[in-house]
Design a protein around this ligand. Structure first.
Ligand code: AHR
Length: 499
């Protein structure tokens, strides 16, 4: 059996983990909102029309913050359309997703839903077709106590207390030609700076996230971040990163190595933030918001067909990736990578939450269920709170089509507030188990109190409404002190150690 060694020391801490690392994302896209979180008339709907079966699953995921309302959608969105009496709200063509937005669910409804789900809201302003004025107005509407035009309108619309939204995205993927009113780095950087400045003048307790490149494949990746930050460094707190992976050519080993790219992406953007910091002789550190991350490729062809057959529909089944077991492994590896970079990545939003490239699926005429990727996210979000420890890992390495020196095992470790340690580990080897020797030298006598394994013999296995538990973690017998920890071939493992 292959061997791996992991050394952890309680004094070697990467960083306190920001709980917002386990955020998610709901966009007005496909069936995320309509027939996803909201479906009046459904047997599981509450009095506001929100599906309780979905909220129950969201609560299991323990989602601290939800990015909203887009995504590409936000670049053509008038936030004012989403307030006031529902019957008076306009139906609009959404050019991002070629659908019709009814605005039935708007700002108040979403804030009520998020409260019920136990999440805060991370709100994106439109810096595509709109600009700084609309951006500062929505901050006044949501966060100002009262006594001004927009805050009084909020009160009139039924919310006496401010929504107190603390985290704001300055547009979305503004470098992408698919974005409404895409901009050059300098154009965007200047608009983002003025918007952030005015938003913070309206409420100085908020934080802002400026758009990084929409992807590392963009020709301007790197210079975009540098030029944008040069324009707005003093008024922004985070720069956004978006990253999706896929396995369209069925090269699983290569797919599972993709997190080497994610790690490189994170480190590159961190360096650019620090380079701008240096040029400005600034004391301030801009951190990272990985506010879109996931596997996304399964639904691509299906979506192209839908656009042809049902343009301008509402609640179309767009981006409905059905995730298999290998996707869950990659999602686990992405979480491990985020934890190992917890000193810079403070916010993470799994894109998305319901139906649209999501861990939770619904049937309009049926129930809600957890996809394979639900489980690593739930376990990391629940158990991965505290301090991220520096994992000193030694193991075999291998090469794949696009990556060299890929460690067979990847792992992150968290020191919880109660002194327990949780190790998250993936065995990338598709055939062989690995015996992990966990050396917690400075912790004294720690023993494994639980070991949960997510494995399936078929990497393409999926969960469905009829068979929702096909891929699900199982508890195995905790290893005795001195015994190695067995990481089965192709597995995500959550190992809890305590005194
Ligand atoms: O999450 C789906 C889409 O992916 C978002 O709308 C956009 O920001 C990204 O391109």
């Amino acid at each position: 059996m292959k061997q791996a060694k992991l050394i952890l020391d309680k004094d070697y801490v990467i960083s306190e983990i920001d709980k917002r690392l386990y955020g998610s994302f709901i966009e007005h896209l496909g069936r995320a909102v309509y027939t996803g979180i909201y479906q009046p008339g459904h047997p599981a709907a509450d009095k506001l029309g929100f599906r309780r079966d979905v909220i129950e699953l969201v609560k299991q995921l323990n989602v601290p913050i939800v990015r909203y309302p887009g995504g590409n959608f936000v670049s053509g969105f008038n936030w004012e359309d989403s307030i006031g009496p529902v019957a008076d709200r306009p139906r609009r063509l959404d050019l991002a997703w070629k659908t019709t937005e009814t605005n039935e669910v708007g700002l108040h409804e979403f804030c009520a839903w998020a409260k019920e789900a136990g999440s805060e809201v991370m709100y994106a302003v439109n810096l595509g077709t709109r600009g700084p004025d609309a951006a500062r107005n929505v901050v006044e509407y949501t966060n100002h106590k009262g006594g001004s035009y927009w805050s009084d309108l909020r009160i009139k619309n039924g919310a006496k207390d401010p929504f107190n939204i603390k985290l704001w995205c300055l547009g979305n993927e503004m470098d992408g030609p698919w974005q409404m009113c895409a901009k050059t780095a300098t154009e965007y950087g200047r608009v983002a700076n003025e918007a952030a400045k005015m938003m913070k003048w309206t409420d100085d307790s908020i934080e802002t996230v400026v758009c990084g490149s929409s992807g590392t494949g963009m020709p301007t990746f790197g210079t975009w971040e540098y030029q944008v930050l040069t324009e707005c460094y003093d008024n922004v707190d985070y720069v956004s990163l978006h990253r999706y992976y896929g396995n369209p050519h069925n090269e699983t080993e290569d797919f599972l190595a993709s997190t080497l790219d994610l790690d490189d992406f994170i480190k590159t953007v961190s360096s650019i933030c620090d380079a701008v910091k240096g040029t400005r002789h600034s004391k301030k550190k801009v951190n990272l918001s990985l506010d879109e991350w996931n596997v996304w490729y399964h639904s691509n062809q299906q979506d192209q067909n839908l656009y042809k057959t049902e343009p301008w529909g509402n609640a179309l089944p767009l981006l409905e990736d059905i995730y298999n077991f290998e996707d869950a492994l990659l999602v686990g590896l992405m979480l491990i990578t985020m934890l190992k970079n917890a000193d810079r990545v403070k916010i993470g939003c799994l894109a998305q939450l319901v139906n649209v490239i999501a861990p939770i699926m619904t049937n309009k005429n049926g129930g809600a269920w957890a996809q394979t990727i639900f489980y690593p996210v739930m376990q990391a979000s629940t158990l991965g709170r505290g301090k991220s420890l520096l994992p000193q890992l030694t193991c075999e390495k291998f090469d794949t089509k696009h990556y060299t020196d890929v460690p067979v095992v990847d792992a992150a470790a968290v020191l919880q507030e109660n002194g327990d340690v949780v190790i998250f580990a993936v065995n990338r080897d598709l055939k062989e188990d690995v015996l992990l020797d966990a050396d917690l030298r400075s912790f004294g006598d720690m023993k494994v109190i639980s070991h949960s394994v997510l494995h399936h013999d078929d990497v393409k296995a999926i969960n469905t409404e009829q068979n929702p538990h096909e891929v699900k973690p199982q508890d195995v017998t905790p290893e005795k002190p001195g015994e190695g920890i067995r990481l089965p071939a192709a597995s995500w493992n959550v190992i809890r150690l305590s005194k």
